[in-house]
Design a protein around this ligand. Structure first.
Ligand SMILES: [Zn+2]
Length: 298
């Protein structure tokens, strides 16, 4: 992606080095969707831990898009270089991508007579406190609708590249665009509606709803890629990097990697094939109507 010298968003809150305002550093918390066989109890315990022990409401936070169950933990200690090698460049790159999403979505909302409100992107390391509760880096990037902020520890990009096999700047851009996709869902009312539905649903049903929410965010990331492509700032291989990333963080792929087996009922983000398909749908059509993941079979 051609990003150097382009506008950087100012909607970035850098909380790195602050410890997230949590008293105790704590240990490597992560979300292991390791629901051995049947699934139920393990997941319930995990959700309970999330809720009670860690202070985050699993039904209010959106994403935890680090792919639960991936076999590694990460901390600030292995924060690594992102785009082209330096942390500063990664920061600049993220700010350009965020600015790009602001431009794309403002225009699209304007076209339908609505106003886009820019979200804030919070950069953190180790742990962070959000209006949806406290979270750790190991949870992966996420969006909190209560404060309309995206939360990202850029060490996730290192993990994405080295451990999940999705290198490249546009893989990173896809992650940011996916979280922005959740913000779009918040503004369109999809998030509030689905959060309510999930609260009334069984665990399996709630997971199925989550998959539809996540795939729509992938489709919206594709919409952003479509518009960016039209603007002429993409480079050869960018779309492939995003598609590869979408594939690498599919639930089936992550579960197979971490536990050797796949438990479809526990999927919260969709399979690799689904994530690729929905990103591609948005990217190839540029039509938000094509991103209705709530109709029919996926
Ligand atoms: Zn997500």
């Amino acid at each position: 992606m051609e990003w150097r010298g382009r506008r950087e968003s100012s909607n970035i809150e850098d909380r790195r080095g602050s410890g997230g305002g949590l008293g105790n550093g704590g240990g490597g918390f992560r979300i292991p969707i390791r629901a051995g066989g049947g699934g139920g109890i393990g997941l319930i315990i995990i959700l309970a831990v999330l809720w009670i022990g860690f202070g985050i409401n699993p039904l209010s936070v959106i994403g935890m898009d680090g792919g639960g169950g991936s076999p590694q933990t990460q901390t600030a200690a292995n924060r690594g270089p992102g785009v082209q090698g330096t942390a500063d460049e990664t920061d600049d790159f993220i700010a350009v991508v965020l600015a790009d999403t602001e431009d794309v979505w403002s225009k699209r909302f304007q076209n339908i007579g609505q106003t886009y409100r820019d979200p804030t992107l919070v950069l953190f390391d180790r742990q962070v406190s959000s209006a949806c509760g406290n979270a750790s880096s190991a949870s992966g990037p996420f969006y909190c609708p209560n404060d309309q902020k995206l939360y990202l520890d850029t060490s996730f990009f290192q993990q994405l590249s080295d451990q999940l096999g999705a290198p490249g700047d546009f893989a990173q851009a896809y992650v940011v665009a996916h979280e922005v996709g959740h913000h779009v869902q918040n503004l369109t009312g999809v998030l509030p509606r689905t959060t309510e539905l999930r609260q009334q649903a069984s665990e399996t049903e709630a997971n199925a709803i989550s998959v539809r929410v996540e795939l729509q965010a992938d489709c919206y990331a594709g919409i952003w890629a479509h518009d960016t492509q039209n603007a002429g700032t993409l480079e050869d291989g960018d779309i492939e990097e995003a598609l590869n990333a979408a594939s690498r963080i599919g639930d089936d792929t992550l579960q197979r990697q971490s536990q050797g087996t796949v438990v479809p009922d526990s999927f919260t983000h969709g399979t690799s094939a689904q994530r690729v398909e929905w990103f591609r749908r948005g990217q190839s059509t540029g039509d938000m109507k094509q991103c209705d993941t709530f109709e029919g079979r996926l």
